[in-house]
Design a protein around this ligand. Structure first.
Ligand code: EPU
Length: 420
């Protein structure tokens, strides 16, 4: 397993290009299952999760080819059942279920388990499929949805923690080929849902309201091929912005979408970080001393759970007390004990982490536990004195394109140690 060796204390300077959004491209790739015609997806990030989704689609019968950052997918014939182990490996692959159900009226997918950040049930996805008229059965570790006909209906997809991103995506995809009108109430408003709706509309779907809590889908008989460019990754953007602030550097984020980052930019400003729009780019640098800030994660347009760990890394460097509350996933604090190895003082109380910041961090060997926790450890390592070894970086390769290369371009002393 590869690891990163980081010699900290170097302010990041320069420009970094933002890649396409992982959480947009995965459901968009799955949506190509809805048509036998070829689709072209552009600005596709080179990530292990994307490769993995390509493998799942190929297993289902699709022709998948990658050239530069463009993926061509043609699903002339598809199977209704996905390989058990392939799907189980990546939780995001649950979003093949909606398009399979829409196209074949039948989908059989291994039930995704919990993961390190929480239980991650799919009850809301299944509730939506049932509302469209599908019968759901769970046997032998598989969940199966089947329907003679899918009929549009009104449904409420809000859960304990609010809306569901992939649940909204899944039901929206199935409903494009249902008969009649579907209305999803308490739909997720994330930009990735809007990007998927734009792709589906380019395929001939009739979706309105995406980006609001009420999404209306008028079913159509068939969808056709489409050509689509994926939105820039707002979580990658936030991660580099925080890395710039943590190292007291100055970084330009090329091609970032500031309009997808209001909550993060607002919090960074409160913490003493200047974030300026320069045309299509964002320029980030500290504005005086860092200040403590309290953060609560919420569904979009609130502060994203996927930036909670990185923000916590920044708050460990900030004099004073910051309270970081996680409201989306119940156990997304795995980075806390690893940040403590670098000298951070953080106490967990229920859903909140109390960060007593301002003590200098010093390098140590740490273990990445999930994608965003790994990003937080890299940020802390870049800001710490001495050398930090981040082990198990395969987690970070799932969601950040060439992070070590991009950071080196900004002047960071980071090296990938490949394990043979
Ligand atoms: N939930 C339910 N029932 C469901 C579905 C979700 O109770 O049927 C709960 C979850 O347990 C959680 C909350 O609803 O408490 C929100 O989960 P959501 O369904 O929105 O998460 P997701 O769609 O499975 C996507 C991203 C995650 C990101 C979340 C929240 C992808 C591939 N994954 O997951 O991304 O954290 O939305 O924004 O789009 C990451 O990139 O690191 C990552 C984990």
């Amino acid at each position: 397993m590869d690891s990163f060796l980081i010699k900290g204390g170097v302010p990041l300077h320069g420009e970094v290009a933002i890649s396409g959004a992982k959480n947009a491209v995965l459901p968009i790739m799955a949506a190509t299952l809805l048509t036998p015609e070829p689709c072209v997806i552009r600005r596709v990030p080179k990530l292990s999760d994307v490769r993995f989704m390509g493998q799942i689609l190929a297993w289902l019968g699709a022709k998948v080819s990658l050239e530069g950052d463009t993926v061509r997918i043609e699903c002339r014939k598809v199977k209704g059942q996905a390989d058990y182990d392939l799907v189980r490996k990546m939780r995001g692959s649950i979003c093949i279920m909606g398009p399979l159900l829409g196209r074949l009226r039948k989908a059989r997918v291994s039930l995704p388990g919990g993961c390190i950040i929480g239980a991650r049930p799919v009850n809301l996805h299944l509730k939506g499929f049932e509302a469209l008229g599908a019968k759901i059965t769970i046997t032998g570790g598989y969940v199966e949805a089947s329907a003679k006909r899918l009929s549009g209906s009104a449904m409420f997809l809000g859960g304990r923690s609010g809306s569901t991103v992939l649940g909204t995506a899944n039901v929206m995809m199935a409903a494009t080929l249902a008969e009649g009108i579907t209305v999803i109430e308490s739909a997720a408003c994330e930009p990735e849902v809007v990007d998927l709706a734009n792709f589906l509309n380019a395929m001939g779907a009739k979706i309105s309201g995406a980006g609001s809590p009420t999404v209306t889908i008028t079913g159509v008989k068939a969808l056709h091929g489409a050509d689509h460019e994926v939105i820039p990754d707002r979580i990658e953007t936030a991660t580099y912005a925080i890395a710039a602030a943590a190292t007291n550097g100055e970084v330009t984020l090329k091609g970032a979408r500031a309009d997808h980052l209001h909550a993060v930019v607002d919090k960074l400003r409160e913490a003493g970080v200047l974030v300026e729009r320069c045309g299509p780019d964002l320029k980030v640098r500290r504005h005086g001393r860092l200040k403590s800030a309290d953060v609560t994660t919420l569904p979009y347009s609130g502060f994203p759970t996927d930036v909670q760990a990185q923000m916590m890394a920044l708050m460990t460097l900030t004099p004073g007390i910051s309270i970081i509350t996680e409201r989306i996933f119940e156990s997304r604090f795995m980075h806390v004990s690893e940040l403590a190895r670098l000298g951070a003082d953080i106490e967990i109380e229920g859903p909140s982490a109390i960060v007593k910041g301002g003590k200098p961090l010093s390098g140590a060997p740490v273990m990445a536990s999930d994608l965003r926790a790994s990003a937080a450890l890299v940020i802390a390592g870049l800001a710490a004195r001495g050398t930090t070894q981040v082990n198990r970086v395969y987690h970070i390769d799932r969601g950040y394109e060439n992070i070590d290369g991009k950071l080196r371009q900004l002047g960071a002393r980071i090296q990938r140690i490949e394990e043979s």
